[in-house]
Ligand binder design. Structure first.
Ligand code: ADP
Ligand code: MG
Ligand code: ZN
Length: 632
């Protein structure tokens, strides 16, 4: 929010305009008053005529006035064309002096009056250094203006105000967002309700001498509604909402960011009670000195200023500072200590019930068919954040619009989920017959392994319709419930499913392809975590070998990345390999056992491109019959 004074910038350019106009008018005049330059020899000849007037002799040149007719006689014809006359018929001429001791006697002889000129050089010399200096300053301030945001434009033109905040503070008197609009994060809401109460009735809190925390930090993954939550607090309390994003503080010039912080708080003080919201706090509050290779004075200054302001404001003034980050671990400890952002509110990914509530908020805007069961959709979307769900509702509505339907039905939601999960359908990508066969076996390999293992998310669908940027086919597994705790067994099974694709390829075609790259990466990540984080390898003990995660480098900056011996490193590598090998072998085992289903399933998949989970179950059951006959 920058107050709109009469625009300094336009005033500025009007002055430029006037100056240029003046110049345009004066220049020809001034040019025409310049003496006409002639040769020295010609000058001498003119002296001899005795017609010269007002001869001035200076160190560098001689000037004189000559009647036009006289001058014309001594110059090449046409040389005087277009030269205006000064006084009467006189033309002013000048000649550069040559070393000529005979000049004075010559003047004497001709009886011409002459005078010397003491050259007045201070003006020219002053100009000669003032002008470049002035230009430099102009250029410099122009660059400053350019770089320091160029946004606010309220810079008051004067040099002294460089760095005076052009803070792009975003101010809303009324956010028109309330807690009604935020769903599925009830704990966070409950915590922030206190802040709302305080803003509405500060006296209530001062009654017993308690004071509300100055700073509340909203922590959570991107898209979970932190920004929304902050606006809702302001809306709920009915106070102005001043927000700025931490990334906007990342400025080129030291001191600018700090000035912005100061400005932000000053503005807010004038509006209290109010909410100051700093989004993406991590961009600004990154631990100081965390990376000595890239010392960043600017950030440190800005951060220090923020700390100063945090300490400086009186909680009873009715200002509450909210901030949001998705990386609390990299924040400077000084920000988190008591009395600053000591209250941290977790805004986490919503659970199933929360997702249903968020969906309910967003479907208010669309026309929904009766049959749509939001609980069902919520069950299909574990891991989705509020932003994902908002996007989902919109996608579904778009699909329904494309159908020219009257309302959005469940099918639209299913298609939208698939779209979001797997990327856009690309039917027109053409695969060779061999590639299609490979993809079919690969995907079916995943599916069959998944269906044969306990505790693995059930297979919903297998498809060999290429989607998105890189997936040639995909196997969709949908979790039945949100999972927070996984056993070693389950992790191993996941890896086995991931390697099912590659196992099928090598079993059928006796070759490997690039199609498994993504699977291998995921499987390796799981294996690495099992070894280095979860302590699941007896030989390595219950020890974590994980290198310091990004944020905890407060002190351990750039210390040796690895904190274990060479031998351990080797053991880790081997264990990871072993885990993958085991997973691959059991995948191959399962597929060998179900070889017939693999073949028939792949055949079927090539025909219809998509197989549902039920269809796959059916295939497996058909196969199982002879086997059971055998065993009995
Ligand atoms: P964050 O700041 O955590 O990255 P945002 O607050 O910007 O996420 O959320 C983006 C959008 O997602 C919001 O504008 C809103 O439409 C939707 N959204 C996110 N979380 C929720 C929620 N809990 N309830 C309702 N809508 C949500
Ligand atoms: Mg945000
Ligand atoms: Zn795969």
């Amino acid at each position: 929010m920058t107050t709109a004074k009469p625009d300094k910038r336009t005033q500025f350019s009007i002055w430029y305009f006037v100056a240029v106009l003046l110049l345009l008018f004066l220049l020809p005049d001034w040019l025409s008053n310049q003496p006409h330059t002639i040769r020295y020899s010609e000058f001498r000849a003119l002296v001899a005529t005795g017609e010269l007037r007002d001869v001035s002799v200076a160190a560098e040149e001689v000037t004189a006035s000559v009647p036009r007719s006289q001058l014309a006689a001594y110059l090449p014809s046409g040389a005087l064309d277009g030269i205006p006359t000064g006084n009467g018929d006189l033309i002013r001429v000048r000649a550069v002096r040559v070393e000529d001791p005979g000049l004075l006697p010559l003047l004497e002889d001709a009886g011409v009056a002459y005078s010397g000129i003491s050259e007045n050089t201070w003006l020219t010399s002053l100009l000669s250094w003032l002008l470049p200096l002035g230009l430099l300053i102009l250029f410099w301030s122009f660059m400053l203006r350019r770089m320091s945001g160029g946004l606010g434009g309220s810079g008051s033109g004067s040099m002294m105000s460089i760095g005076k905040s052009k803070a792009k503070v975003y101010m809303e008197k009324d956010t028109r967002v309330t807690f009604e609009d935020v769903a599925g994060v009830d704990e966070a809401k409950a915590e922030l309700q206190e802040v709302v109460d305080f803003l509405q009735d500060p006296e209530k809190y001062s009654r017993l001498g308690a004071h509300i925390p100055k700073g509340v930090l909203l922590v959570g993954p991107p898209g979970t509604g932190k920004t929304l939550m902050a606006r809702a607090v302001a809306g709920q309390a009915g106070v102005p909402f001043l927000s700025i994003s931490g990334s906007e503080f990342v400025e080129m010039f030291v001191g600018v960011g700090a000035a912005r912080v100061r400005d932000l708080f000053n503005q807010a003080r004038g509006m209290a009670p109010a909410i100051i919201f700093i989004d993406e706090l991590d961009a600004l509050g990154r631990a100081r000195g965390a990376n000595p290779m890239m010392a960043n004075d600017e950030k440190e200054q800005t951060l220090n200023q923020l700390l100063v302001e945090l300490d400086g404001f009186d909680p009873s003034s009715g200002l509450i500072l909210l901030a949001a980050t998705n990386r609390p671990e990299i924040l400077d400890q000084a920000l988190l200590r008591a009395g600053r952002f000591d209250r941290q509110v977790l805004v986490d990914r919503p659970d199933r019930i929360g997702r249903a509530q968020i969906l309910a908020v967003h479907v208010r805007k669309i026309t929904l068919a009766r049959d749509v069961d939001l609980d069902h959709i919520a069950a299909l979307t574990p891991g989705f954040t509020g932003a994902d769900l908002a996007n989902l509702v919109n996608e579904a509505a778009l699909l329904a619009t494309r159908r020219n339907a009257d309302a959005v039905i469940l099918e639209d939601f299913n298609a939208a989920i698939e779209r979001i999960i797997a990327g856009l359908e690309k039917k027109n990508r053409i695969l060779s017959e061999h590639e299609r066969r490979t993809v079919a076996y690969h995907e079916l390999g995943h599916a069959l392994v998944a269906m044969s293992l306990p505790g693995v998310d059930p297979v919903q669908k297998v498809s060999i319709i290429p989607r998105g940027i890189s997936a040639l086919g995909y196997t969709l597994q949908r979790p039945t419930e949100d999972r927070f705790l996984l056993s070693e067994e389950e992790l191993r099974n996941r890896m086995t499913v991931l390697l099912g694709g590659r196992a099928a390829e090598s079993l059928i075609f006796n070759m490997t392809s690039t199609g498994a790259a993504d699977d291998l990466q995921k499987a390796t990540a799981i294996a690495r975590d099992m070894v280095t984080r979860f302590g699941m390898i007896p030989a390595l003990g219950q020890v974590t070998y994980e290198t310091a995660p990004q944020g905890l480098m407060q002190q351990r900056v750039f210390s040796a990345e690895r904190q274990y011996s060479e031998a351990t490193a080797e053991a880790i590598d081997q264990s990871i390999r072993q885990l993958i090998d085991q997973a691959f072998n059991s995948a191959t085992g399962i597929l060998t056992e179900h070889r017939d289903t693999l073949d028939s399933g792949a055949q079927r998949l090539l025909e219809v491109e998509v197989l549902s989970g039920e269809a796959l179950q059916e295939l497996l059951r058909n196969e199982a019959r002879p086997a059971t006959l055998h065993s009995t």
